[in-house]
Design a protein around this ligand. Structure first.
Ligand SMILES: NC(=O)c1ccc[n+]([C@@H]2O[C@H](COP(=O)([O-])OP(=O)(O)OC[C@H]3O[C@@H](n4cnc5c(N)ncnc54)[C@H](OP(=O)(O)O)[C@@H]3O)[C@@H](O)[C@H]2O)c1
Length: 224
């Protein structure tokens, strides 16, 4: 069996639409996926529903967030920004030596079409500063709308910018991007996450302005 398929991915807040879409795609690609929730029963029921949706083709389970983070080789954070800081504190004991993929966009309602970065410069930079050098924070997927992820059979019309200070961790996440059916780009250190996160407010504004759902981004001019 390919080595990467032995990796367990914990999706914290995986009961929400963004985490669900990613979890489904990774499970279908052969990764073991653990859904995390504040409520263990809710996580277990959601994992079962996703497993049923994949017709049993996928290894999914669901437990409370901290337990999921402990069991994950790699941990993906998909909770609202208002819960970001508290979740980092809760998960910290389970994250040492791991990669944390931070999907959080620092939206501050009601002005979600305006870029409003936290003091550290971005949610990703805030996570890296809060967790310290023993955790490799990689920021990714901020520009991929839940509307693209809703149907796991649909191709996704959006690229993914991958930022983080550890190049090996960025490479690992680039593989996850591909496994989920998207094109990823190495976008440099965690400071650059400010741009990816900020773009999301612009995309939400474009959705409103042009009455569409799921505006996305493409990097052009690079043969692949
Ligand atoms: N939605 C999108 O299109 C999209 C696109 C790109 C990036 N993102 C980012 O991805 C993240 C998740 O998005 P989403 O739309 O899936 O979010 P969501 O539905 O609002 O929340 C996801 C999950 O987070 C948990 N949660 C909610 N409030 C919480 C709190 N106060 N404390 C701890 N956990 C809480 C809930 O799980 P339990 O109730 O099971 O604990 C919920 O199912 C956000 O940071 C968002 O900015 C979203």
């Amino acid at each position: 069996m390919p080595e990467h398929l032995l990796i367990t991915i914990a999706v914290i807040g995986g009961t929400g639409p963004e985490g669900t879409g990613l979890a489904l795609r990774w499970a279908r690609a052969g990764y073991r996926v653990i859904i995390g929730s504040r409520l263990a029963d809710k996580a277990a029921a959601h994992a079962q529903a996703l497993s049923d949706r994949l017709g049993g083709h996928g290894v999914l389970s669901g437990v409370a967030n901290l337990e999921a983070a402990r069991a994950g080789d790699l941990v993906v954070l998909t909770v609202p920004f208002e819960a970001h800081r508290a979740m980092l504190e809760e998960l910290r004991p389970a994250l040492t030596g791991k990669v944390l993929v931070d999907v959080t966009v620092p939206l501050v309602p009601p002005r979600v079409t305006v870029v409003q970065m936290p003091p550290a410069g971005s949610a990703g930079a805030e996570a890296q500063a809060a967790l310290g050098a023993e955790v490799s924070v990689v920021s990714a997927f901020q520009n991929v709308s839940k509307d693209h992820l809703a149907d796991e059979d649909e191709p996704i019309d959006c690229d993914v910018l991958v930022c983080g200070n550890n190049p090996a961790a960025r490479d690992q996440v680039l593989k996850l991007v591909e496994a989920a059916g998207m094109r990823g780009w190495d976008a440099g250190p965690i400071q650059n996450a400010a741009v990816a996160e900020g773009l999301t407010s612009i995309l939400i504004g474009i959705n409103k302005q042009y009455r569409v759902r799921g505006a996305g981004i493409r990097i052009v001019g690079v043969p692949r």
